[in-house]
Structure formats: C-alpha cells, structure tokens
Design a protein around this ligand. Structure first.
Ligand code: ZN
Ligand code: ZN
Length: 263
C-alpha cells in the first residue's frame, strides 16, 4: 500500500510503498477513504511526544471501511462498515482495566495509545485500528466531512459541552481555522449568540453567512478586549496559539466567564 511515513524524529513526510498491515487480536483493518491533516501531525514528525518509535505513519482524522477483522473483535464491528479513528487509539478492554477505564475516563487510560504517535495513523491506503478506538459513522455523513470532526471537531465540541455555557449565552470563538470554523457552527446549533474573532477580514463573510456567527470582530481594526467587555461572552474559545491574541481574550468583566484554549 501507499502511505505517508516519517522515518525518524525531525524527518519529513515521505510517500512510501509498504506491505498492507494485518489486524491483530481486537483489531480491524480499515481501507481509508479520507484522512484530515492536523497540526498534531507535526507532533509525529518532530517526535516531541514521549516514547515514540519510528518509522511512523501520521494521521488521526481517518474515516474508512472495515475490510478485515482480527480475532476477538466484538460483533458490533463488521466487514463493510464505515468507521472513524481519532487521536485516541485505544484503551483497556478487559477485566484488568486500569482505574481510569473502570471509571469511564478512557482518555486518561494508563495504557492509552495515540494514533499516528504510538500506532500508525490514517495517512495511508489501509490502517489497523484497535476496536476500542472506533466510532461508527452514520450513513448520512460524508466521509470527508466526518474526518475533520474526529480531532478538530471533537476538540471544540467537548470544550463547549464540558463548559458552563447555556442556550442564549454568548460564545466567542477566536481564530477561525480548522477548529474555529466548526466551533462557530456547533455554537449556532446549540443556540448561543456566536461571536467570531479573526485577524482576517476575508473570513468575515464566511463567518457571518456560512458558519452561523452573529457578530464578527476584526482584530486588525477593533479593540478586542473592549468589544468582549461589551459582549460579555460566557465562554471564549481561543483556537489560535498566539500569546497576544490569547491575552486579549482574558475576561475583565465580573462574571463566571470561562476562557478555554482547546488545542
Ligand atoms: Zn488533531
Ligand atoms: Zn485503561
């Protein structure tokens, strides 16, 4: 199969031809239909994650079809089924589960693996994934659209879901890229007053007309702290990693406002 591979920490993304993998116990083989490219793939390339080994295939926003099953795969997963794999590559799946898995906090599983970090990712024609890492993809959801939800979408969706914001409150989203443009759409559907904050005036039209923002703040021409003090968002998501832009988002109004940096 063809795959994008990083041969060593600090290396580059290379197109290679390697044998198609075989699923082991509890794993499935997936023919990849779509895989997003994320800033997190840079972690795979640079080797900044502890315990990484190479060569490694990046890609943690993968959607595809199951083409083979390993031993001991649950009847919930069948050949021909469309599934997705995100950053989280698996967790305890037995009677000796770690304390976190027993409590349902799978994301901090002590045996957790990372797609494209400790296991190969989806920037390849085929990938093997642990059954505990799979999500079923609804028939009505396009594979390319679904792929981006598995990291960028999940990141902002959970930031909103786990915050204290309620319908009718104001949500501000700073940085309208992969994460931000999804956060605006989730926010509109959740029933918030949605504020988009961007340094790119070219994004104004898409934010207001396509992604559902009610208000657009252009950071190059407007005083962001003053505008936010006036709009008083209950939740602000800072999705661009930039010291000044994050500082500008820090709430100055007396309330229980939250600032989350979901990266
Ligand atoms: Zn990612
Ligand atoms: Zn565990």
């Amino acid at each position: 199969m063809r795959a994008i591979q990083v041969k060593q920490a600090g290396g580059s993304f290379e197109l290679v031809e390697i044998p198609t993998p075989t699923p082991g116990s509890g794993q499935v083989l997936i023919k990849v239909i779509a895989c997003g490219i994320c800033g997190g793939d840079e972690v795979c390339r640079s080797g900044m994650f502890p315990g990484m080994t190479y060569p490694r295939i990046p890609g943690h926003e993968a959607v595809g079809v199951i083409t083979a099953l390993g031993d001991q795969v649950s009847a919930a997963w069948v050949v021909g089924q469309r599934v997705g794999v995100g950053w989280h590559a698996g967790r305890c799946d037995n009677s000796e589960a770690c304390e976190h898995c027993r409590r349902g906090n799978f994301f901090v599983c002590t045996k957790a693996t990372g797609t494209g970090l400790t296991l190969h990712g989806g920037l390849a024609e085929y990938m093997v994934a642990d059954q505990t890492a799979l999500v079923a993809i609804p028939d009505t959801l396009d594979s390319i659209q679904a792929a981006g939800l598995l990291c960028a979408g999940l990141t902002v969706f959970n930031a909103i879901r786990l915050s204290n914001i309620r319908p009718g409150d104001t949500l501000a989203v700073a940085g309208i890229g992969g994460l931000g443009h999804l956060a605006l759409q989730f926010g509109r559907k959740f029933g918030y007053r949605v504020v988009a904050i961007s340094s790119s005036s070219a994004k104004r039209s898409d934010c207001l007309n396509k992604f559902g923002a009610h208000i657009f703040i252009d950071t190059t021409t407007e005083d962001v702290p003053a505008r936010l003090a006036e709009l008083r968002p209950k939740l602000t998501l800072g999705t661009s990693v930039n010291a000044k832009s994050i500082t500008d988002l820090t709430p100055t109004w007396p309330s229980n406002a939250q600032l989350l940096i979901p990266v």
